[in-house]
Write a protein that binds this ligand. Sequence first.
Ligand SMILES: [Zn+2]
Length: 330
Amino acid sequence: MRFVTCLHKLLIALPFFLAPACSRAANFDIVVLGAKGGLEDGNLSAYFIRPITSDKGVLCDAGTILHGLKEATRTGAFDTHTLTSKTLSPEGEILHDRVTAYLISHAHLDHIAGLVAVSPDDVPKPILALPSVNAVLAEHVFNWQVWPNMSDRGPTPRLGLYHYQDLEPGRAVPLPQTPLQVQAYPLNHGGVESTAFLLISGSDALLYLGDTGPDTPQHSDNLHHLWQAIAPLVHQKHLHAILMECSYDNSQPTSHLYGHLTPHWVQKELQDLQTVAGTRLQGLPVIITHVKPTLKRQEDPAARIFEELNATNVTGVHFIMAHQSLHLRL
Ligand SMILES: [Zn+2]
């Protein structure tokens, strides 16, 4: 336990020492509730992100919620929160009082399973997503067939706990009860529309990418457009970090990416961002998400991916592997 705590503190401290490309002090607090891209049902994509000036924030994707909150509480990732409820457990208080909205990148189960599971005991919140994503949730998830309709669209009766808020690409929208704003950018996840969320706090920003494949093999330009949109923030050193998927290691053939990235393609995309931004990305924290676990007897895929990323790190970014209960201030 003591080792875990020490390691945890070290992980929190690391980004400070490694001098990110951003010239400013830490502005965002991130707790990883779930980090993996499938298989591990208690550890699927979910990132609680808040400005450090506020104790309230948003969940970027919601693959694992309650188990992730329990693990993060147990390992001290929420020690910076003062929890005072006489009636709610610590994870209940975080869920009810600190998580004020859900940002859903796409409606694949590994990004929404925790939201569905926790909904009977949740409090009213908006679900902010691109229209295509909210449409899938309304039609195929909260539809009384797969799950009761906890939302305010789709088959009646509508219980109305969750309010779908459609996001218009590139248009900033305030996030409830926080000083944050969000801008959504469409991504191409093997033909499925996925989303990148730019979280803005004053002049500072953090970028979260849902699942995405690389532009070139998908014959798309979604990532290139995203890089163009955030280039001024990178140039002015106002972007604090990027959370970006890397589902497979480099042994995965480009013909079988299923709308995901490998270290090779992460580098290619970061190089494109660097070119578009016209400035070095040196030291910019890039948090790697959505590694696919394996059932094979082999080394941890995350270890291999981390090695491969650093072996060809031409942009000099600071790669950090996401894992459950990781707590970062960037
Ligand atoms: Zn996924």
